[in-house]
Design a protein around this ligand. Sequence first.
Ligand code: USQ
Length: 401
Amino acid sequence: MRVFIAGIDGYLGWPLAQHLAARGHETAGADALLRRAWVAEMGADSAVPVATIGERLAAYREHFGASLPFTEVNLRDHDALGRALAAFAPDAVVHLAECPSAPYSMMDHRHAEFVQSNNVSGTLSLLFAMRDHCPEAHLVKLGSMGEYGTPDVDIPEGFFEVEFRGRRDRLPFPRQAGSWYHWSKVFDSENVAFACRMWGLRATDVMQGVVYGTWCPGDLRLNSRLDFDEAFGTAVHRFCCQAVIGHPITPYGSGAQRRGVLSLADALQCLTLALENPPGPGEYRVFNQLRDVRSLAELAELVQAAACSLGIEARVVPVANPRAETEGHHYRPDSNELPKLGFRPSAPMDEELRRLISDLLPHAGRIAAHADRLPPTVRWRARTARAHTMPKTPDRGREPS
Ligand code: USQ
């Protein structure tokens, strides 16, 4: 299969290209290299060293015996994106090219506006480009479990049967996102579903939980990044990095908020299953992609235990929750579609966490060098403007100055 990965330079994109190549698929990719700039803006760096995109592509050629056609492009550059798709003629497109950070979107108006316009406009541009250049291709779009929020009922996979005033229908399950970023994912989902209805595109919208895990296959150039700053570091990654440098592990608030989590290896397996089992023309389907549901307090304890088993003494010290989110809520999302396609979780979480921490240990100095980036500073309910300045990057040409 020919798979075009938008966002191939990111945490998921780069390992996915390698995973698909190992299974005999041909891959091409696009990226505007923005993740690197955003993390630099946060004053941080990846805990694991990562190579330049040029070095990565050279390593890919050496390891997989084929070159990977790469286009440096922002998805909002519609014509350039169209040319890249037309040239590769993909069977499937994986869309990972979005700004993935809730805290980043909550910093101030400029960041909220940037995250929403970047994500929603980029997705819209991709939908039109697929309609025009590869209408038969299957779009695998990365959404988020955070689109649903935390309703006081079970969460189905995208749709539910509802009876109202004596009539029944199968309708989209309500979305109640908790950040400007998560709302951008909701808007994307609506646009992708609409494109399927209008043009007969086929799509899988993946409601993904919090992913954790390193990808360090031996050649530094094949490594995936692993961030730990307050905006781009997700909870488990931050906890592991904190443990590795002797910093307290910081669940926010009571730690009673629950999330779906899965390892990077499991995320790659799930995305591959979606790709290898495409929906029919015009079909828009939703998969909830997660393996375990845990509270943040449980995740902190699991990281502490994994660190302890490696001889590292780690402390859990909850900090005031900078976010406005429900703690101690019902959380029971369905996740049946991927197991039906054959998803089998790879390793238990404690084993994955030990591997993650072991991979981080040689880089403790890199984490310690940016330890001041660990404490949260972005407050969800802040009502006064903060002095955040966004760096000028080439892709931001469309922003008001
Ligand atoms: N949290 C802590 N301590 C920390 C960092 C986070 O307790 O040091 C808590 C947060 O309060 C939240 C939970 O951990 O309750 C998850 O936060 P996160 O930063 O790991 O993840 P989130 O902001 O929800 O976003 C991440 C990805 C996003 C993806 C989402 C899936 O960045 O792209 O969409 O996970 S989900 O969480 O299911 O919405």
